[in-house]
Ligand binder design. Structure first.
Ligand SMILES: CC(C)(COP(=O)(O)OP(=O)(O)OC[C@H]1O[C@@H](n2cnc3c(N)ncnc32)[C@H](O)[C@@H]1OP(=O)(O)O)[C@@H](O)C(=O)NCCC(=O)NCCSC(=O)C[C@@H](O)CCCCCCCCCCCCC(=O)O
Ligand SMILES: NC(=O)c1ccc[n+]([C@@H]2O[C@H](COP(=O)([O-])OP(=O)(O)OC[C@H]3O[C@@H](n4cnc5c(N)ncnc54)[C@H](O)[C@@H]3O)[C@@H](O)[C@H]2O)c1
Length: 558
């Protein structure tokens, strides 16, 4: 679980727990045993801790949260043992140093990294806090303000940013050999004093401003993480780094993690973490066909038909995924102009915020290819249709696509609820047709429901799944039925909230309660965003509006 070797006075402790070197109890034990060997070996003058395989270390082993935290050495015990080592320890970071992985690195006396490495304390996204000294060491290295930014939101940062603020001591080019570079670095620091290298002993530079900074972040967290408990507990723990000696601060950190671990919010977020990964392993029930044995078709050119609410977000998702050729077809001139303007404005916003560079923005704008007739789609690899929710319009479009597109082209519909098989039947090759159901706004929402028609070929399904992952979506394969999965669930939610309106509540009152509960948007805000015509069209198609009833009849009488 941790391999040990010695090279030119430098002991190498390499974490070996594929795929991501999570700090299971065996790995922690392996590190401790190796450290003892290194300390006892008189020929060893410095130590390097690195990760084997694709990454340094992604943190505590989440699968062990329930059971094994009680095994010695616990992570918060291990970090103190590492820091107090009399021999200098260098953390050699490539891939990810996340969570407990970064906390181990913070306990080392030096940190070096490849420029491609990413660092984060993402525990808050699991509903907990960094519980191995992260809330106490990071402020001593980078101050309260930056620590609150890192820990309360859990975002990842590049090694270069981490170096700029003082976490990383030396950056190596992304193509360097991290171990070789770290060993040379370790040789260069042999004999140097460790007095200022033990982070827990350092003062917190901006400690006097803690109240002011705390207030600032309470406001931001209150808005950005409405309803979440962990971010506030993180802020409290960081505050203690400013006010208390390290040992006392650690006690507070411990109280924080004990309160959060096992909370309903944390359990749900951990469930979500694994569920989001599990859905990548799709399977077609009863066939043996699955994500492991099916290859996607190569997709370079994509087309989107319809530039309304959904089409424009889908186009943005494709551009962000790096697709270099995105044809857009929109019949209505105003909708076309508005759609293209919307896309360009969003890209401008990304560039202004630094999410993408100016060069990336220009290449995304260049990738946009407005087209005016179906002939122009003949060499497209994937077409995503996002026009009105009308079976006749969609059939008309798929019949045309079936005539002009190359035989290998994947033809996808973004229908909210219509029968994917019925749409597929108008094409000469129904096996090329699949549903790709995005959620509004499509460039923001992470969920993508891919709908498997009865004729969709495994390769076509693999292509839709792969494209979703390229777009960074949580991509779920579902069966073909009215409303698929998302909208079938959503329907019950809307029925209940509509009952509340019938009982006298205003839409804004319902929305206020839902937002207070933690929803990003209220149910009626979602209706306004998506367009209430979508629900109306779905209900009309299934005669849920019940023509016997006069207009305005309450939902429960229909
Ligand atoms: C790092 C990633 C961004 C990499 O992404 P990528 O897409 O490359 O890879 P995958 O996400 O697909 O991952 C591959 C594979 O690995 C699995 N996996 C990933 N991370 C972990 C993990 N941390 N643990 C276990 N398994 C992991 C993943 O599921 C995939 O598996 P599959 O089978 O699907 O192939 C990305 O992976 C990522 O973001 N990972 C999570 C990073 C993270 O959140 N890290 C923080 C972990 S929490 C932590 O570190 C806590 C520490 O701060 C300290 C804890 C000390 C606690 C001591 C306190 C004790 C108090 C106890 C109180 C008890 C109370 C009681 O008694 O009840
Ligand atoms: N709005 C949502 O929240 C949402 C969510 C998921 C899926 N959907 C589905 O996505 C599809 C589009 O929904 P929307 O909300 O974007 O609708 P929308 O009314 O905002 O946009 C549809 C666009 O398609 C254009 N169009 C119509 N016929 C066309 C044709 N033959 N060729 C080219 N363009 C044509 C229209 O001019 C319009 O601009 C629907 O099937 C809908 O059910 C919508």
């Amino acid at each position: 679980m941790a391999n040990y070797s010695v090279r030119n006075q430098v002991a190498i402790i390499s974490l070996c727990s594929p795929p991501v070197n999570a700090l299971s109890s065996d790995v922690r034990r392996g590190i401790l045993d190796s450290l003892k060997k290194a300390e006892q070996d008189v020929k060893v003058a410095a130590i390097v801790i690195c990760g084997e395989g694709r990454t340094f270390c992604v943190g505590a082993d989440i699968t062990e949260f329930k059971s094994e935290f009680k095994t010695f050495p616990n992570l918060f015990e291990l970090v103190d043992i590492l820091e107090s080592s009399p021999k200098p320890i260098v953390a050699a970071i490539h891939g990810h140093a996340f969570g407990g992985g970064l906390e181990v690195a913070l306990a080392c006396h030096y940190r070096v990294a490849l420029s491609s490495a990413k660092l984060a304390l993402p525990e808050v996204k699991l509903g907990i806090l960094p519980g191995a000294g992260g809330t106490q060491r990071l402020p001593r290295l980078i101050g309260i303000d930056s620590s609150m930014q890192w820990i309360a939101f859990g975002d990842e940062y590049s090694a270069q940013i981490a170096a700029n603020i003082g976490i990383i001591d030396r950056i190596f080019p992304s193509n360097a050999d991290i171990l070789e570079s770290a060993v040379q670095y370790a040789q260069s620091i042999i004999g140097k004093s460790l007095i200022n290298r033990r982070v827990s002993k350092l003062p917190v530079k901006d400690a006097s401003k803690v109240s002011h900074i705390m207030e600032k972040y309470k406001q931001i967290v209150g808005k950005k993480s409405r309803g979440a408990i962990a971010p506030m507990v993180c802020l409290e723990a960081i505050k203690h780094a400013a006010l208390l000696p390290y040992v006392e601060g650690m006690k507070k950190e411990r109280m924080g993690i004990e309160a959060l671990m096992g909370s309903d919010q944390s359990k749900s977020l951990i469930y979500m973490f694994f569920a989001e990964r599990q859905v990548r392993n799709w399977t077609i029930p009863g066939t043996g066909i699955n994500s492991k044995n099916t290859k996607p078709i190569k997709v370079e050119k994509v087309a989107v038909i319809g530039l309304g609410t959904m089409g424009r977000g889908i186009v943005l998702s494709l551009l962000k995924a790096g697709i270099k050729h995105v044809s857009v077809m929109e019949l209505n001139k105003t909708a076309r102009e508005n759609g293209l303007l919307f896309i360009k404005n969003i890209l401008e916003g990304y560039a202004a915020r630094g999410t993408i560079s100016e060069t990336q923005k220009r290449s995304m704008v260049d990738a946009l290819k407005p087209v005016s007739n179906f002939e122009m789609l003949k060499d497209t690899d994937l077409v995503i249709e996002a026009v009105f929710e009308s079976m006749s319009i969609k059939k008309d479009i798929f019949a045309k696509l079936g005539q002009v597109c190359k035989p290998s082209a994947v033809l996808a519909t973004n229908t909210s609820a219509l029968d994917v098989d019925e749409i597929a039947m108008v094409t000469p090759k129904p096996k090329q047709v699949v549903g790709m159901h995005f959620f509004a706004p499509a460039h923001v929402m992470k969920l993508l429901e891919n709908v498997r028609g009865s004729k969709s070929s495994p390769q076509v399904i693999a292509t839709a799944m792969n494209m979703g992952q390229r777009m960074g979506k949580v991509t779920v394969l579902v069966g073909n039925c009215h409303g698929f999965v998302g909208n079938r669930m959503f329907r019950h939610y809307t029925v209940e909230t509509d009952f509340m309106l019938e009982e006298g509540a205003y839409p804004e009152q319902v929305d206020t309660v839902l937002k207070k509960f933690g929803f990003a948007m209220g149910r009626y805000q979602v209706g306004d965003l998506s367009g209430n015509d979508i629900g109306y069209r779905m209900r009309t198609k299934f005669e849920m509006t019940n023509k016997q009833q006069p207009p305005g009849a309450p939902e429960r009488e229909r």
